[in-house]
Design a protein around this ligand. Structure first.
Ligand code: PLP
Length: 405
């Protein structure tokens, strides 16, 4: 028989207090539950909505070819890899995926991690030590920040996309003996703007810094056949460490690092998520291989994505929404923020939109700066013109009713 403890446990009461605080500020949320497949229109919490919230840029989450690849790999190789990569969990299909990505990106080698988060955190933390320096854009992804902290290197943060500021920081530490790592997101996930990869590469060359780009939101979106921002800027030979994700446009799960053979060999030996966490099930690797084949064969998906993104952005701006970022120019990608300002009102706007049939996530402080709360919209290649127009109409109607427009 289970006996309830009579004394109320209070060890975690500080968490309850913090949750109450979130509720007070109106930024507490419940998880929305998807009841069918990820798609341009789908069902969350029992409601059919036009989906402007996923990272499913190319509609690959439910693509028949990818599904087939996953099923066939499951039938042939089972559901799990059974170990970490370095012990007994490297399957042939893992190697095939890494070779596929390296060839696609035009680099010597590639290592796949369990997620983009693990790729960033595992790489930054293992290639630097406490005598080194990390020069990082202030809006870089959380996984870069965590990796930087784990490395114990000294962290210098430059103002968003401010190349001159990055140079100032590099100059400050130029005479120090430690290595320098210059790091930026290729596409920033909150404003949808593109990092100045080409100009940062020049700086890295000039100051002898290691150059690293996190291309999570650019993988499958920017560059030839979706090769990413580094390809978009023609900088493949100048970026030492290229990170990408398999969890967004690629439609499955995982992250990868591309670079020289030695970089990848080193990560095989030293990156902690690679060494201490089990590798992907074979189905995931097979899905990703099929996705890269699609990118190579069907670039029209990417064209459709950009066509939709341009149209939606133009219409949002024409309707009078604030689609600006922290800097101008604002969004240059399929991510478009609709800035509301106040956190509570933003969350209300997002809830009202949902009730009216549009799913767009509210994002408030501390994810974005205070006063810059927004609902974030993401276009995909699979939204029809009809769905986009319907979404625009709903956004406009709800915003007018709430006094946002
Ligand atoms: C989403 C994202 C990641 C993490 O990728 P996952 O594969 O989802 O773990 C890393 N960096 C950036 C910039 C991202 O947007």
């Amino acid at each position: 028989m289970v006996r309830m403890t009579e004394v109320k446990r209070t060890q975690l009461s500080h968490l309850t207090a913090q949750l109450d605080d979130l509720r007070q500020r109106g930024t507490y949320f419940k998880l929305r539950v998807l009841e069918d497949e990820q798609g341009p229109v789908c069902t969350y919490d029992g409601r059919r909505v036009i989906n402007l919230a996923s990272n499913n840029y190319l509609g690959l989450c439910d693509h028949p070819k990818l599904r087939e690849a996953a099923i066939s790999a499951t039938e042939n190789y089972g559901v799990g890899s059974g170990a970490v990569r370095t012990i007994a969990g490297t399957m042939r299909i893992h190697m095939e995926l890494e070779e596929k990505i390296a060839a696609f990106k035009g680099v010597e080698a590639c290592v796949v991690f369990q997620s983009g988060f693990a790729a960033n955190a595992g790489t930054v933390s293992s290639i630097l030590g406490k005598e080194d320096f990390i020069i990082s854009d202030e809006l870089n992804h959380a996984s870069i920040i965590d990796g930087a902290r784990l490395s114990r290197a000294k962290i210098k943060v430059f103002r968003h996309k401010d190349v001159a500021h990055a140079e100032e920081l590099l100059k400050e530490v130029a005479s120090e003996p430690g290595r320098k790592l210059l790091i930026t997101d290729g596409v920033f996930s909150m404003d949808g703007d593109i990092g100045p990869v080409d100009r940062l590469c020049e700086l890295a060359d000039r100051y002898g810094a290691i150059m690293m780009v996190d291309d999570a939101h650019a993988s499958g979106v920017l560059g030839r056949n979706g090769r990413g921002s580094v390809d978009h800027f023609g900088c493949t030979d100048r970026v030492d460490v290229q990170v990408g994700t398999l969890s967004k446009a690629i439609g499955a799960l995982g992250g990868y690092v591309c670079g020289s053979r030695d970089l990848i060999d080193y990560l095989y030996h030293r990156a902690r998520p690679f060494l201490f966490s089990t590798s992907h099930p074979p189905s995931v690797a097979a899905t990703c291989i099929a996705a890269f084949e699609l990118l190579e064969r069907e670039p029209e998906r990417i064209e459709r994505l950009w066509g939709n993104a341009r149209y939606f952005k133009e219409q949002l701006a024409a309707a009078g929404f604030d689609v600006g970022g922290r800097t101008t120019p604002a969004s240059e990608t399929p991510i478009t923020p609709v800035i509301v300002g106040d956190g509570r009102r933003t969350m209300e706007f997002s809830r009202e939109l949902f009730e009216a049939g549009v799913m767009a996530t509210g994002i408030a402080f501390p994810t974005v700066p205070e006063g810059k709360a927004r609902v974030r919209t993401i276009m995909t290649s699979e939204h029809t013109r009809e769905q986009i127009d319907q979404a625009l109409e709903t956004l406009t109607t709800v915003a007018r009713r709430m006094g946002i427009l």
